[in-house]
Design a protein around this ligand. Structure first.
Ligand SMILES: [Zn+2]
Length: 389
């Protein structure tokens, strides 16, 4: 496998991709404390507009404050297509230390040109920061979050390892109130996308946390009608290796949920085998992207996949609520649509008549906005389901 992890250091600064998810390379130094790197093109770019996602660490090696400029240099002009209008300095910088944002950079300190994009940093003595153009918390920290939550709620949450990726990274499920589960409850499943830089797993954790924050009265009410499960890390190797569409074997997971008689990437097989043992009535999958004008939107799957009229009505009802919440924005997937017919949402709807929705947050929004929307989307589904189930 190619080795992307590279490093540059002088007396003042060390820049490295040798961190979890790090992927920048070709570091160079210019006069005036300017350092550059090349963002790596995502191997799955044929299927994605998110060609470049980068993450690297900058460290001040001295006991004085350092002012440096870090510049991403692209190999073609279209690199920031769709990103420029939505670049949000708040996601340009984050600390690996438990998702706390150390400082917010003002907009005028980020400058971009068609072929490069820079950020000016003031680094405290010996300070180390990670910069990225996407907010992508490291896999290892999210795993820790799951373990922490399971420990805090030892009977109410059940954390299970459901399999391991080709690189041996674990994939998990969390079932809520496992003792109360029964066949006559309406089963809801929430997951993050396998597109590893899209904030999906973190959004799923946000939803779980939001659910837990609602407290006992809400839970009691909820668990009389519903059961709830979360699946985490559909592409853990992609997260660890700093990729978006592909896993460590360069397989495009998101578009490779093939029919059962075809061979699937290992991660997809793990997910599918886990889900088919107890398929959900509703599946909500969280994504993010740099779509225009900071819009958010649901992806709706073909109604024709649902064989019964009452189920189509049911699907439409939730779809309508999500579209209304998104100021009318939506994406409609068609029957047998190329690539999308091999997504998990499509397959679940086809095989188990699961009401499947993707929801796309905006990658340029602040973390708080994204958290708010992720919770709202889940809550909206519950609110509408309650009227129908
Ligand atoms: Zn996506």
């Amino acid at each position: 496998m190619e080795k992307f992890n590279q490093e540059f250091r002088d007396r003042q600064i060390a820049i490295t991709s040798d961190i979890e998810g790090g992927n920048a390379y070709d570091f160079k130094k210019y006069p005036g404390n300017i350092y550059s790197f090349t963002p790596r093109r995502d191997p799955g770019e044929n299927y994605s507009g998110q060609v470049y996602y980068f993450k690297l660490q900058v460290e001040n090696l001295q006991k004085d404050i350092a002012n440096v400029t870090i510049t991403a240099i692209a190999d073609y002009d279209e690199i920031w297509k769709g990103w420029q209008p939505s670049l949000n300095p708040k996601i340009w910088i984050f600390s690996p230390n438990r998702l706390k944002i150390p400082e917010i950079l003002t907009q005028d300190r980020v400058k971009s040109t068609p072929r490069s994009m820079s950020i000016n940093l003031t680094l405290q003595p010996f300070e180390k920061i990670i910069i990225s153009n996407m907010f992508t918390p490291p896999y290892s920290e999210l795993v820790q979050e799951l373990h922490d939550l399971a420990e805090t709620y030892p009977t109410f949450l059940k954390l299970n390892e459901i399999g391991q990726s080709p690189l041996g990274n674990k994939m998990y499920s969390i079932r809520v109130n496992p003792q109360g589960e029964s066949d006559n409850l309406f089963k809801i499943l929430v997951g993050g996308t396998s597109q590893a830089n899209e904030f999906g797993d973190y959004a799923a954790i946000v939803i779980l946390q939001g659910f837990l924050d609602m407290g006992a009265v809400f839970w009691d009410n909820f668990t009389t009608k519903f059961s709830l499960e979360f699946i985490f890390f559909q592409n853990p190797d992609g997260m660890v290796q700093g990729m978006n569409m592909v896993n460590a074997n360069r397989e495009n997971l998101f578009f490779s949920h093939f029919h059962e008689n075809q061979s699937m990437p290992l991660e997809n097989e793990i997910i599918w085998n886990h889900i088919k043992a107890n398929p959900p009535e509703l599946y909500l999958e969280m994504h993010s992207f740099f779509q225009d004008h900071k819009t958010i939107r649901p992806y709706l799957y073909p109604l024709e996949l649902l064989s019964e009229k009452k189920n189509r009505k049911f699907y439409l009802k939730i779809a309508k609520a999500l579209v209304k919440y998104s100021n009318g924005m939506k994406e409609e997937i068609h029957l047998n649509q190329k690539y999308f017919q091999d997504t998990l949402c499509y397959r679940l709807m086809e095989k188990f008549q699961t009401y499947s929705f993707q929801y796309k947050l905006h990658s340029g929004m602040s973390i708080n906005q994204k958290k708010l929307i992720a919770w709202d989307v889940f809550y909206l589904c519950i609110k509408n389901l309650k009227k129908m189930v």
